[in-house]
Design a protein around this ligand. Structure first.
Ligand code: GCU
Length: 678
């Protein structure tokens, strides 16, 4: 059955007969040099993958034979590694790998080599992906390495099994049966992560239950760490800043109090006693009601640096989150920058500041968070969200690769042109000792892990683009499409179209032209009226600021001046309504209803047009999917078809609710041609 459990590691039989026979000729046996848990994992993967792809069992041999696969670390290659190969490997670091056809000693073989066992595992996964995509392996020469050191999933999973903003079932972490039971799912989770290069996981919600740090839970954390270790995955936990009070029986959690410092030091020692390679702490402090150092008149840096000091002897890290807002008098999008910009250079060397991609909160489209252009002395960890909190949960098909790419390739102008967010987090704009990225997981105990079959692609894309933030979303989804649906050309073209237009469709029906935060309290459906009472009566003034004159939030120098958080050239561009990219028009400007947009339409008509385009694109996705019916198994075909039907209904609701509401301000008709059938 096509239950999707295997994700992109299906290893379906090679369809093309010619390719299959070429593979069979070249891959007659395999040999591994060295032994470790990681090598065993690679061996199992290669054995299972080969027999499934090639449709027959491939024997393991002890020595290098003709037409074989050789998996060996550089240290074991001896004379089989020439100068060139050694030089090449030196460039690839601990986790990089080389896959290469070698002719030597009268034998032809495919070599997978690396500086470490984990590099071999990554190379093995890549090799299997190459085979699964049925590309030629006659002249292989692949070398690759990760551009970021820390590539983490963040689970917002709670110890009771619920998941904050989780839409794919309950948590996969079965705390009740740990440490005794290591479920098969943990291993498959680790395999999936390793196959795309994810090398760390924060096991619990940033709104952290303090109990995760009790001895009872730490042995469970250890069991997971042991299960994931062979796959190169370190475990981390989110900690509650008030843990010294909540579980430590101290009267305070003040970071300046010696007893508090001592408590964290001992806690860190206790953890590393159990888990010598434990990764560190993720912290949400003084944000949305969570405790933090400010409760005691201390700063974010005081709090982070105290934890950093406790972890430093063990080489652990702190990921201190920059997601804060509380000043109701202010433009919310300014707050994170305003609060953290002054901390530049003040964090201890093992502290990351973890910053969401945009300044609000994982909206369908936001400009990049201005901290990315402003923290040259602080390592920044980019946080993106895979779970579709604001993008239709697990009902809407929205491929997030383009969202990641848009953020990563945004130019911060921090040090002149070309200093993109990707280069900032890679430490290429200002050198950083640590680099990293985090993705809020979209995984649950649904049989297919993510509930929507296409949501698997967001997990995959996050991994691939963490490994290399310069990758193109279109190339990444092509890989996933092949690995998930096979190699049929018509099918692949169709899937490419559907996936690549899906994010823009969602932006259009949920928040076109820079509109944002229009959803109801569940974050699923539209409620643009929700925040339209001016402060202090309402919780906050609306984000869209629609009135009789126009719509949009004035963040120019004449308004909230959020534009000034961006570097000079960019600030000017955003500040001027005529140079501001249209996708951010209403993010930065309050524009008149009759303002002429680049299409020549008035703003009101353009808004109507975009909302309606969002709906039409979903219908185009439905139609395209329908044409693929005979090329996809019935199970997945029907599931996706039904989900698209729901998505279309929701898109219509978004369009109608928003336009009818905004029309009460614009008092202009909805253009008739929009009513044309799809
Ligand atoms: C969003 C989300 C919360 C989450 C928060 C965070 O506001 O709705 O559930 O806790 O982000 O990132 O801390």
């Amino acid at each position: 059955a096509e239950d999707g459990y295997k994700l992109w590691l299906r290893y379906d039989r090679i369809q093309n007969k010619k390719t299959l026979s070429l593979y069979q000729d070249q891959l007659k046996q395999y040999t591994f040099m060295g032994s470790s848990a990681t090598i065993n994992a690679a061996k199992t993967e290669l054995r299972n993958g080969l027999s499934s792809l090639l449709g027959k069992k491939i024997p393991e041999t002890d020595a290098i034979k003709n037409n074989s696969i050789v998996v060996a670390p550089l240290s074991r290659l001896g004379a089989n590694a020439d100068k060139e190969l050694r030089a090449q490997l030196r460039q690839l670091g601990k986790e990089g790998f080389i896959i290469k056809n070698i002719t030597g000693g009268g034998k032809n073989y495919t070599l997978i080599t690396a500086n470490s066992d984990i590099g071999l595992l990554y190379g093995t996964f890549r090799f299997l992906q190459i085979l699964a995509s049925e590309t030629s392996i006659a002249r292989l020469s692949v070398s690759d390495f990760p551009r970021l050191q820390n590539r983490l999933l963040n689970h917002w999973d709670n110890p009771d099994g619920s998941i904050e903003r989780g839409y794919a079932g309950r948590s996969i972490f079965e705390w009740n049966t740990l440490p005794g039971k290591i479920s098969r799912r943990y291993i498959d989770y680790a395999r999936a992560n390793a196959s795309v290069g994810i090398n760390g996981t924060v096991l619990n919600n940033v709104n952290a239950n303090p109990n995760i740090l009790t001895p009872e839970y730490l042995v469970k954390v250890k069991a997971l760490a042991d299960a994931f270790r062979p796959y190169g995955i370190k475990v981390y936990v989110s900690v509650n800043f008030a843990a010294p009070i909540r579980i430590g029986k101290l009267a305070t959690a003040d970071p300046a109090d010696p007893a508090v410092k001592q408590w964290w030091k001992k806690k860190a020692d206790e953890i590393y006693q159990l888990i010598p390679d434990f990764g560190g702490f993720c912290v949400k402090a003084n944000s949305e009601g969570q405790p933090g150092p400010q409760d005691y008149g201390r700063s974010h840096t005081d709090g982070a640096n105290m934890l950093a000091e406790a972890l430093a002897p063990h080489r652990g890290i702190v990921m201190w989150r920059a997601f804060v807002y509380k000043n109701r008098e202010q433009d919310r999008i300014r707050e994170s920058y305003d609060e953290f910009h002054p901390t530049n250079g003040k964090f201890a060397s093992n502290v990351f500041l973890q910053v969401k991609n945009g300044p609000i909160d994982f909206q369908p489209r936001e400009p990049f968070h201005p901290l990315f252009g402003a923290m040259d002395k602080t390592p920044l960890m980019l946080e993106v969200q895979l779970t579709q909190e604001y993008l239709g949960f697990s009902t809407h098909l929205v491929y997030l690769g383009p969202l990641f790419e848009e953020c990563l390739q945004s130019d911060t102008y921090a040090k002149g042109q070309g200093t993109t967010v990707a280069k900032v987090i890679e430490g290429k704009v200002s050198p950083q000792k640590m680099t990293g990225i985090a993705g809020v997981a979209n995984i649950g105990d649904a049989r297919n892990w993510t509930a929507h079959p296409f949501a698997q692609a967001n997990w995959y894309a996050f991994g691939r683009m963490s490994w290399n933030p310069e990758l193109k979303a279109s190339g990444v989804i092509r890989e996933w499409n092949i690995l998930t649906f096979g190699n049929n050309k018509v099918l692949l073209d169709g899937l490419q179209q559907i996936t690549m237009q899906s994010r823009e469709a969602a932006v259009n029906y949920m928040g076109p032209l820079g509109l944002t935060m229009l959803m109801d309290i569940s974050h699923y459906r539209p409620a643009p009226w929700r925040r339209d009472k001016p402060a202090p009566t309402g919780t906050r003034e609306s984000f869209h600021r629609a009135d009789e004159k126009g719509i949009g939030f004035d963040r120019t120098a004449a308004g909230s001046d959020a534009v000034s958080q961006y570097a000079g050239a960019l600030k000017e561009r955003f500040n001027d309504i005529h140079t501001c990219p249209e996708k951010f028009l209403l993010w930065f400007h309050h524009a008149d209803w009759d303002y002429k947009t680049s299409s020549g339409k008035t703003l009101w008509n353009e808004l109507c047009y975009r909302y309606s385009a969002g709906v039409y694109t979903v219908r185009a996705m439905q139609n395209k999917w329908e044409t693929l019916k005979t090329l996809v198994d019935p199970e997945r075909f029907t599931l996706v078809k039904n989900l698209l039907t729901e998505q279309e209904k929701e898109a219509v609701i978004w369009r109608d609710a928003c336009l009818l509401y905004f029309q009460t301000f614009s008092k202009r008709p909805i253009p008739a041609e929009l009513e044309a059938p799809a």
